[in-house]
Design a protein. Sequence first.
Length: 313
Amino acid sequence: MDACVLCGSPRSISVLAGVRYASEAEVRRCADCGLVFPRPRPTAEELADYYAEPYRKEYNEPPMLERYRADLDEARARVRLLLPLLRPDSRLIEIGSGSGAFLEAVRPYVGEVTGVEPDAPSRDWIAGKLGLPAVDKVAALSRQGKTCDTMVLFHVLEHVLHPVEFLRSLSPLLEKRGRLVVEVPNVGDALVAVYAVPAYLSFYYQKAHLYYFSKVTLGKALKDAGFAGVIEHIQRYDLSNHFHWMLTGRPGGQGCYSDILSPSACAAYAEGLIRAGHSDTLWAVVQAGADNDACRCGASPGESRSSANPISY
């Protein structure tokens, strides 16, 4: 059995047999640091081949214009969270730009945006249709001498083979006091860790995700990479979505009971998940080279983001 990529421990515990699009895989949890990951782990070559073509076919992604339109609401929600960090002259880099919806949504609030997107059709769309600069990999930014004061990774780190090394590679692109924003799924998600809905477990654990982070393990990855800051809980999906999963075992329930569930009921439920540490998403804002003791990776649920209008996609 491979050693844990985060702490090096050879000891792990079986969590689940089979994941979405890979019935032969097994989900395991490190017995020492708690990082969750599927096995076997792909090689770098296998991963590159997978993302070259099979990935988008497996996930049945729609044509680019549909993807872009579908991504806009989520992108705007993220911009709202980021606004306190942004200035009119900010230079922002997004790693894993996908359809470019976030780059387009944030463009009015900053001075410059640049995307990093390894998928060639997506990159061509960003450059050709949106008129925004995009490169294929982080190394290309370094060759161009690009730096920024704000860098964002939305649901990217769980796809990276060596997350700590990858995070370290980003530091030279960040200016002094520049901020890195990382959003990942929370393995403490109530549908996984509290309700343990069987259909959701089979959906949640998937071939494309190499790691599943908790607040503690994300904090350790960031700290080991030389970053310090704050990790908070946010809730993306609503009470209707959770009811729908428990009743039907299928996705697509966002807002489906809105005629019964009031906004205040949904907000109270989201607040409860956030306070308990069982939100579906983790949101980290960190800086390189700061005092690592400041990274509140072990902060109590009461220190997490708590908003009367929790983020909702």
